[in-house]
Design a protein around this ligand. Structure first.
Ligand code: HXC
Length: 514
């Protein structure tokens, strides 16, 4: 065949395979409000940057009439592209081809692009839209998942891994996203569950809608499996691009620096915290008051909101923020907020992103529910994560730093590099009321006017401990600062930490309280 003819044949073959499951299946996909796999990839990568691999791979299954079925691309598209000019690897499952189900060759394609991403040290984006293990391929499908999970684990902490759930993600399929760093979901489109409604009905006799079982809101608000919630696929792709702008290509690189810009937050930073120490406020305003352009990109906004985590820039440098949120449960640490913060701290540490902690919290949440849910085990994760992290670590105590919370929120004692406190800081074993009731119980009980005595003792305790100066006198706080000095000091601290070296004892790996 001459070259011109063979080029025509290639074009025809490409056009056929790129149709995926064909017109009817594509129509069904679009009718569900979903884009096709190919449209999704093209929407997320830079225009004209996508190069596809393994377009002509075919399945090799023979049982259950599979030998008579053509599954274009075996139901998954893989390739490379760029986002904001930076290279990425991507795969997208094509639900129009056998429901995006995962057979042997489908899995091999995903494994190939994962290997490529790891070797080239570039982020991996996986778009999931699949009925799970391809039932006709039996153990080969299960093997395929295993190969993917293994690669997710090998790549963990080396390259950023992003999972996007844009359809069903059922059965074992959920565990690849769960092993990755960030999971994106879209309202009404994403469905994630181990066991589907029909199996639940058969086994447990319970009827449940897919949305209620594992819809986007469920994972963004209740389970914490999802990190980003969007109202449309397009919004989701914008979120992915925004996230990547804060991250390095891999763990041997630093995030790209941008041009420094001043915050544009309207309120003065010292006016954000109410004068009454019992009044809450939104700690995100404090973050917005110190980051470039007041641009804060929150992670897991809808789950465990008593702690706030996310990315921003200080003088052009990407920074991870961890902050107690007085608006929700007074910002206490509990099982979920400890898990949320600990995982984020470990991500920042793995990818050379300095961590800034804003502290205002009354301690760990008391109560039978929390104790029985394992607040000891979960709470330990945050201690472990901060202690283990070797990136620059800066803490600013804004107001309350009570009890275990004082230690847990990146105290000097866990290896923080800079510990600042605002003059409003109260650093104590517990809140003044609780403390006075315990240590002055006898005096209060025996007083002629117990209520008056109690007030006096609370004031005495506050005077002695509920301020930053006792901790500062011992060197636990490096500097008591004015709120308006915060951004300047963060810039100074980060600039001075650029070459930080902090060694850990040699070991195979630690054993965090998972
Ligand atoms: C093979 C599958 C499939 C699968 C869907 N299809 N799931 N083929 N294996 N797992 C096919 C359908 O036969 C159909 O083919 C096409 O994909 C579209 O599926 P529909 O059911 O028509 O679509 P819809 O009504 O939108 O329902 C989607 C769905 C449903 C909710 C995902 O298909 C479903 O419940 N699938 C099974 C989900 C599940 O339980 N998976 C777990 C598998 S076990 P045609 O030819 O008609 O177009 C597992 C364990 C792995 O994953 C463990 C690893 C550790």
């Amino acid at each position: 065949m001459n070259l011109i003819k063979s080029i025509t044949e290639l074009r025809n073959r490409r056009a056929l395979v790129q149709k995926g499951g064909g017109d009817a299946a594509i129509e069904k996909q679009l009718a569900m409000g979903k884009l096709t796999a190919r449209e999704r990839i093209l929407a997320v990568v830079d225009k004209g940057s996508f190069t596809e691999y393994d377009l002509f791979v075919e399945h090799q299954a023979r049982d259950f009439n599979m030998d008579k079925k053509v599954l274009h691309g075996d139901g998954v598209i893989i390739g490379t592209g760029t986002i904001q000019g930076e290279p990425v690897c991507v795969f997208a499952q094509d639900f129009t081809v056998a429901g995006g189900s995962l057979g042997l060759m489908h899995a091999r394609k995903i494994a190939k692009i994962m290997d490529h991403a790891l070797k080239m040290r570039v982020p991996l984006i996986g778009i999931n839209d699949s009925g799970g293990a391809r039932i006709q391929e039996g153990v080969n499908s299960l093997a395929g998942y295993g190969e993917i999970f293994y690669r997710n684990t090998m790549a963990s902490g080396v390259i950023p891994q992003i999972s996007v759930i844009l359809g069903p993600c059922a059965g074992g399929a959920v565990y690849s996203p769960a092993l990755t760093d960030f999971v994106f979901v879209v309202d009404k489109i994403s469905k994630m569950f181990i066991t589907g409604p029909s199996v639940i009905e058969t086994v447990l006799g319970e009827k449940i809608e897919m949305e209620e079982l594992g819809g986007a809101r469920v994972h963004a608000e209740i389970t914490g499996n999802a990190h980003f919630f969007a109202h449309s696929e397009q919004q989701c792709f914008e979120q992915i691009k925004r996230l990547l702008s804060f991250l390095p290509r891999a763990n041997d690189a630093k995030p790209l620096k941008t041009k420094p810009k001043e915050p544009k937050f309207a309120k003065k930073i010292e006016e954000i915290i109410p004068s009454d120490p019992k009044q809450p406020y939104d700690v995100r305003d404090i973050i917005r008051a110190v980051v470039d352009e007041s641009d804060f990109f929150e992670v897991q906004e809808l789950w465990a909101s008593n702690i706030v985590i996310g990315f921003g820039r200080i003088n052009g440098e990407s920074v991870g923020f961890v902050a107690n949120q007085p608006l929700v449960l007074a910002g206490v640490l509990d099982c979920d907020s400890s898990d949320k913060a600990a995982r984020f701290i470990r991500f920042c540490d793995a990818f050379n992103i300095p961590i800034v902690t804003f502290e205002d919290m009354p301690g760990y949440l008391p109560g039978v529910d929390q104790e029985h849910a394992g607040v000891i085990r979960h709470g330990a994760k945050i201690l472990y994560a901060y202690s283990e992290a070797t990136v620059p670590k800066i803490t600013v105590i804004l107001r309350k730093a009570y009890g275990g919370g004082y230690i847990a929120m990146n105290s000097r004692h866990l290896g923080a590099d800079f510990n600042f406190a605002w003059p409003s800081a109260e650093i104590a074993v517990m809140g003044p009321e609780g403390a006075a009731n315990i240590i002055f119980k006898k005096e209060i009980d025996e007083a002629q006017n117990p209520e008056e005595m109690r007030k006096q003792k609370v004031a005495e305790y506050k005077e002695k401990f509920a301020n930053p100066y006792v901790a500062a006198s011992k060197g636990y706080i490096d500097s008591v600062i004015e709120p308006s000095e915060t951004r300047h000091l963060l810039i100074h601290a980060l600039a001075g930490s650029a070459n930080k070296v902090d060694h850990r004892p040699a070991k195979k790996h630690g054993i965090p309280p998972f």
